[in-house]
Design a protein around this ligand. Structure first.
Ligand code: SF4
Length: 334
């Protein structure tokens, strides 16, 4: 696992107004922008703290549409990392941006500044969802951006959301199939939350938007994760990072600090249920998991064990912990 040094540039200069976003310009919140010397200081501090010299180091600009910033501003931030790259202390840069803020000159500029990984905020590939969410870009913009990024051999991540306005089972399936066809290197899945000062908060208050329940969001993310796993596309994160800022601004929605673990537990339950059901009734079988998956196997507050009990499957297996078993998998032993 590389060391990823995060630098946050929250919403600087974004002209858009996506319904789920509580841009600080809306709330009137102002904070001095991160300067080039701040970036240097952040990177230096992280490098001094990290004593694992063998792992790759990446610097990540998070929290905004990086390539929507004025070119001069982008240059200020990127060149601040250049000395660390030249010294071989940082291997590459990564950033997130919107699909409609990618074109050939932009990619060439990023390449010149050692950017190797770009994450696109795609959220959905359904026209009706993008429109209802006021994203201001189309599915065609995503396809074009992906083509250009693939052409430049950039590593590409795609960020998706579940629970957007206008979403349906049909268009979620369409989005996941479309993303698989675009072959990103990795995906992140975030549940939509209603946060203060966002257009969605007004829609929610007016009864025009209903967030997903936690249970439904977990089921949807589990379905998506399973599809991406089958397509050999890595899902690197599910759920938002916990933190006081998010918790203080949360109004409603499927928030859980361990959302990703809930999803993994749900998937583990399905795998175990399928193994046990195929074993035939009355048979006791041995199943193996990684010892690091014990909590995922049991589920939050033993939810998986309770489900297995309800299905009369809780006594039909002996659990073996095998350090050689890959994470998030279960097998039947002879
Ligand atoms: S989520 Fe939308 S409004 Fe918020 S910063 Fe990104 S593009 Fe701008």
């Amino acid at each position: 696992m590389p060391l990823v040094i995060p630098v946050f540039i929250p919403h600087e200069g974004c002209p858009h107004c996506c319904v789920f976003c509580n841009q600080r310009r809306i709330s009137g919140y102002t904070e001095p922008p991160v300067s080039g010397s701040d970036v240097k200081e952040i990177v230096q501090t992280w490098l001094e703290r990290d004593n694992n010299t063998s792992r790759q180091v990446q610097v990540a600009f998070y929290g905004g549409s990086f390539t929507g910033l004025a070119r001069k501003r982008q240059e200020e931030l990127l060149t601040a990392v250049a000395p660390f790259i030249e010294q071989g202390r940082v291997a590459t840069l990564r950033l997130s941006t919107r699909p409609d803020y990618i074109d050939r000159p932009t990619i060439a500029f990023l390449r010149r500044h050692h950017v190797g990984i770009v994450e696109l905020g795609v959220q959905s590939l359904a026209d009706e969802v993008l429109t209802a969410s006021a994203r201001g870009h189309s599915p065609a913009d995503v396809v074009k951006a992906m083509d250009l990024l693939h052409e430049s051999a950039m590593e590409i991540g795609i960020q998706l959301m579940v629970g957007l306005p206008g979403e349906s089972r049909r268009n979620i399936r369409q989005t996941v199939a479309g993303v698989i066809a675009l072959r990103p290197d990795f995906v992140r899945i975030y549940p939509v939350l209603v946060v203060k000062n966002s257009p969605l908060a007004k829609m929610y208050a007016a009864g025009k938007y209903q967030p997903l329940s936690l249970e439904k969001a977990v089921l949807m993310a589990a379905w998506m994760k399973n599809r991406f796993d089958t397509a050999a596309i890595n899902v690197v994160r599910m759920g938002l990072q916990a933190g006081p800022e998010l918790e203080n601004s949360l109004i409603a929605g499927p928030w859980h600090p361990a959302f990703g673990e809930l999803v993994q537990a749900r998937l583990m339950f399905r795998r175990v249920r399928s193994l046990l059901s195929s074993a035939g009734s009355g048979q006791r079988i041995k199943i193996a998991i990684s010892p690091r998956d014990e909590s995922v196997f049991r589920g939050m507050k033993s939810a998986n064990m309770k489900r297995l009990k309800e299905l009369h499957l809780a006594d039909s297996f002996t659990l073996v912990f095998d350090p050689g078993q890959p994470r998030n998998t279960v097998i039947r032993l002879p």
